[in-house]
Design a protein. Structure first.
Lengths: 148, 148, 148, 148, 148, 148, 148, 148
């Protein structure tokens, strides 16, 4: 398995789905789990320490400590996706403002798609096939921007 | 030991000192540790699960996930103190906006003193001596508000 | 009575209901009042000074001074719940940013449930029965986090 | 006495001084007290209910509930001055976002001077002398805007 | 006429209506105009300089400069009401953060009712009848806070 | 005269100086005035309606209504420069969030230089000389970005 | 062609339409393109460097770098319109806070109409016909502000 | 070369230095350039399209469009570092809130060190040596958290 998606709550599924759609489009092997940094901290640790993933994607709202919790248990790159709610700044700042030593790669609000694309970019450093597909994806995307 | 103060970094010491001053004034037994939710997550878990404290105080800045991490390992009341920095809203919202099921009692920015007073109020539910001292403390405080 | 819930306006009832649901689940004796720090300040004082509650929960939106007003009349722990509105930051900051000497334990926006759980955690310091129920509650919660 | 200035803490004195300077310039009778809505709520009530002032000015920072507390005890106009600190939005929103029924007239951050001028404008509705001085003050002010 | 309500746009009518309802309840003579500080600045000046009102209420959203514009043309007390929109902080801060010398009395977001009550409080300094009605109004309000 | 710089207060001079430095570098004729939208509204109107400038630059902090006030009296392009203070968002939002019909061109916090460059770009639509100087300026600027 | 409107995504069309409506009302020649600073950067450069427009309008949401990207390729005035979304402050600040040397004229959230009016004001510096129409437009607008 | 650091201005050097210190500690080959997305857009494109780096780090403040500009020219992972200034939220939101299709990995304010560590984590996916050093680094870091 290459990418391990962990969401903090079942209610974050719509954001995970955006990541899954991208990963399937690129043919990247992935796994999805639900585990809460606050409600099931041991499960987060267990999932992360037993995972053979190359990249983790943590998805969470509110005081979104899941991506940071994942990062605290692994040396692999961790991508954090803030989920929108009543404030939005809470999830964004909780994920972006990590202390020195434990980086998390924050993407935009509800941007499960960009989290997956970032994971693909990372994996493509070691896969000519993925690199080629990324190039194709960007070309498609440029056409879609299209005209009025 | 009654109150366990955990700060996320040695640089939060000035806020912990405000809590310590109050606890010593009230004669409440306490312990202080440094443990980072992000850099030493296992140490946080170990400290919390082995602690016999009645109340925890977690002090952290930036993406301040320490109080929530403490709360994830205990049923005891956890008080969170956001430490001021370049944004301030990051630490406040990270501590206040906990998800359902795992409460943290947030106090104000750098308010180590109020965290300790809240701990004393909780412990005083079961100690006539502390209750009496709280009453005295409030009376003193009223006098200090004083006049112009 | 153990927990006294005071809301600033009848329109905060949906947040109080989340607290009530938790307290009833745990079998904790409670009372609910409506009293506004701004419209009925004497009633707030009267309710608080005549209450035999161990823990207070103050629920309010906008310039949410109710939890602080309760805290100004009692040495018992006071938990404050900001109610969401057009700004949200107004209620959160009004409740979190208490001055030194008068602590309020702030929980998240509309988190009546967490306010009640925090009250239960405080009461459980003195009740093996509540402590056992808290442990059961956390186990249930862990199962509910479940999987995708 | 015409204007009653109440500040929440001695540390708000520099903002009260701006108000005092204006009131003295206009020859308006005033009184200054220190009373905290959170630390000395009964004193706030006592001061307000025993005051014969026509206008109150409440000065406070952080969760600035003092102006609202004053307003809860009087039908007289209450002007609130937020005092700057680490966040600023906390004091501003606490004072501006009053619930329906209990108005507070908020002025800008640290604007003790404008609070006093607003009080003078209110008192001038019933004093030709003050009205004349206000006109003179504005004329002076226009000259001071001056040129480069 | 006692109170002059000026709104920046017809779309602010719902906020003006809250003020009107209060003024009619108190039997206070008022007038309503629409005039934009940005689109019809001369009309604002003309309305204000020709008005014999004792108190002005300016209602505006976005970059809400209307209350400040009114205040720039009169020595009478000016109350500003920020109207809610996509940001809210824009209207609140535009009205609260007036420079030294020209005060505006800001009330909360969409709080036309509080603006009118503040005007009544100001007028009641010189009217025993209004003072009595204010007392009655507060008593009614207290009853309405009621119970659960 | 081509560009008319109006600042709301003498204390905004450091921001006006950045604009002046650019205008002098480009040899653009300009004039500088101090006039406050709130303290000297008639002076603002008089200055604007009597000015033969092609472009106006309004510089103000706090509730920065000066650029909007200028725009309300002219059909010429008006550039607004928010001046930094304790909040910053107040001045930015007051200048950016103009209502439909009366545009202001907002530049960044304290960016008197960019205001002047924008004015030069506008004037260069009708001046080959200015256009050439703009090209030279950009080339110089590129060199200054330089290397490490 | 006089005004070149570029939007970052087809989904910004409703804001572009407000600009188009104004430009057609004033009989100003314009062109509309879709080009993303992030997805089709070369297309942005190509469109801008090959355009003979006098004024550019860039419309974008989120991290709204399109107006700045346009400005980086031209000496012509560039007007930026932030498009509303979940945060709003992201688009506003991305467009307003340009670094020294490359100005962008920011207008309000979703204010395509004001962007077009600002463009007309700029073009009117060199067209008596447009100047006359601007005067007529303002007169119409004043009438529309109307009365209650 | 493995990591290409590009900063938007020489004044961002102190943040780049934090990244350099980490990369040198890990023995990772890197290069540093200064190029502004707004002042030297062609240089950014040229640097990025001619670079053989595996990972890019873009460092910028204000409307921080540099990381996004880098990402628009490459399929390689791009890490963005917001630089602190008068607002801070401007740089953070400009970097985090990227549109769908072009991801940027945002790290915290001024966190050049975390940007470099994230780059090392990405490169370590393909280097046992770097992986070993990361493990050692974390162990050192844990010791440094230390005790009071």
């Amino acid at each position: 398995m290459k990418v391990h998606i962990i969401m903090g709550s079942k209610s974050d599924k719509h954001v995970a789905d955006k990541a899954i759609e991208i990963l399937e489009k690129f043919g990247v092997d992935y796994k999805v789990d639900v585990a809460s940094a606050h409600r099931t901290p041991d499960r987060v640790r267990e999932i992360v320490t037993n995972s053979d993933a190359d990249v983790f994607i943590g998805i969470a709202g509110l005081s979104a400590s899941l991506p940071g919790a994942i990062a605290s248990y692994t040396h692999k790159p961790v991508i954090g996706v803030p989920v929108s709610g009543k404030l939005n700044l809470d999830a964004i700042l909780s994920i972006v403002q990590m202390p020195p030593g434990i980086p998390v790669a924050a993407v935009g609000l509800d941007r499960g798609d960009n989290a997956a694309l970032l994971a693909v970019e990372i994996l493509a450093l070691n896969s000519k096939d993925l690199l080629r597909r990324l190039e194709e994806y960007r070309e498609e995307m440029k056409k879609e921007v299209g005209n009025v």
